[in-house]
Design a protein around this ligand. Sequence first.
Ligand code: AMP
Length: 204
Amino acid sequence: MTASTTSTARLLIVGPQGSGKGTQGVRIADAYGIPVVSTGDIFRANIKEGTPLGKKVTAILQAGDLVSDELTGALVRDRLSQPDAVDGFLLDGYPRNAAQVAQLEGFLAEIDAALDAVILLDVPREEVFARLKVRAAEQGRADDTDAGIAHRLDIYERETAPILDAYGAKGIVDRIDGVGDLDEITERIFAALEVRGLVRAAAV
Ligand code: AMP
């Protein structure tokens, strides 16, 4: 595939924890030549490094609750203003509720930009629950206890899933079946973005 000079894409990937959005997000971002902006990754990195931010959010992540909109929003605004994100990015894990949708709209309006597409990775709750239990056994993530998983899925269903209505009304949501072979799912996403005229920077 030839390189394109107009491969800018401002994307958001949404799905419950365990839907594979982290894995698919990296693939999509690589193909479009844009950075992944994952709030969960940023928080975890800060916790690992013991930064002041990390210390502030450790207990919140451990409990599976949401970090405040103010703190999260400031972090995202700062990240999106960095040079590598000016022409495009893939957001993973933000926005996660209606207030953050409004925040993001404000940040993007400041740079006269808007999201090009919202990729919804559709995976039934029973399937993500089973996947998260496997991940808990393999990786021992501190927030992957049974109760922790159920709590985060509840928050997703109550606070995050409804943001899709707002984006759906704008006609920018691509609902992708997130069950099946990883490569096939990536192809489904590429196909949907292509329909929107979003051009990849590189073949993967
Ligand atoms: P994730 O890796 O996206 O599942 O995020 C892990 C944890 O980080 C979540 O359970 C929250 O505690 C926190 N977090 C990540 N993104 C956000 C956000 N947009 N707003 C509030 N808290 C967040």
